[in-house]
Design a protein around this ligand. Structure first.
Ligand code: MG
Length: 269
């Protein structure tokens, strides 16, 4: 159905949105996070201190022998778009794969439960946009629990939406970002949530995130599935699921992606 907009209504909505997201760095009209003193994407939540993690390694470190390699610089065979469509992201001469804007998120063909993930990413060297519009992607376990990827180098956004945040839930302990165009690493240990046979939550998901060699979350609890401007919550799912990389429209690059399933994952998937 065709929608029509009354011109006065559009003006009122535009001015309202400038109130709820003041200066593009947060919201005032979102619900309070359980167990925290902050709202979702709270504009008053302090951004964590900025630290220098040191320079990137000139070459990526080789994966351990028992890792499942998800991207080694040659092809995107381990990945697919929703519905099983072959991956359209671009394999580049520098051994990276780059988001093809508009092609959609990428999902691993294989599913994982508890796991250790290594991934390297670089935001565009040429800086375009600000806040959430600049160098945005994300790593989603089970396609639903996001560790934010963002160019958070001299780029202010709401604290729970900056790089390495559990998006919409917790900021990282420090901002360990490198400059645009430089390679950055995430080493992530993810513990999947557990549900009983009736679908009740037995144990939430936990995550440890090491950004450029710096611990920024130490076994942090996920409050539920990642949400935007809304409270996270859990809904039951299988013991394994795909890892997703987000197409947020920015030409992000990724390289040297590998995963090690952990033996703690239940067998009855
Ligand atoms: Mg994102």
């Amino acid at each position: 159905m065709r929608q029509t907009h009354h011109p006065i209504a559009v003006v009122v909505l535009a001015s309202l949105s400038s109130v709820v997201m003041a200066q593009g760095v947060g919201y005032t009209d979102t619900p309070k996070l359980p167990g925290q003193e902050w709202k979702v994407h709270d504009k008053d939540r302090p951004n964590p201190p900025v630290i220098d993690p040191g320079p990137a390694a000139s070459e990526p470190a080789p994966p351990p022998s028992d890792a499942i390699v998800l991207f080694d610089g040659t092809n995107t065979d381990a990945w697919q778009h929703a519905g099983g469509r072959d991956a359209e992201w671009i394999v580049k001469d520098d051994g990276s794969m780059q988001v093809k804007a508009g092609s959609g998120d990428l999902l691993t063909r294989q599913s994982f439960g508890d796991c250790q993930l290594h991934i390297e990413w670089a935001t565009p060297t040429t800086v375009i946009g600000e806040s959430q519009g600049r160098g945005n992607s994300g790593v989603f376990f089970f396609g639903m629990y996001e560790i934010q990827i963002l160019d958070s180098y001299d780029n202010t956004t709401y604290a729970d939406g900056q790089a390495a945040a559990l998006y919409g839930q917790y900021p990282p302990e420090v901002n360990a970002c490198r400059a645009p165009g430089e390679w950055q690493t995430y080493d992530i240990i993810f513990e999947a949530p557990r549900f009983d046979s009736k679908g009740n939550l037995e144990k939430p998901a936990f995550v440890t995130v090491i950004h450029n060699g710096v611990v920024v979350h130490n076994r942090r609890e996920f409050l539920g599935r990642t949400a935007h401007r809304a409270l996270p919550s859990y809904a039951p799912h299988k013991a394994k699921g795909p890892i997703k990389l987000q197409d947020h429209g920015n030409p992000m690059r990724f390289r040297n992606i590998w995963v090690r399933p952990l033996v703690s994952t239940p067998e009855n998937t």
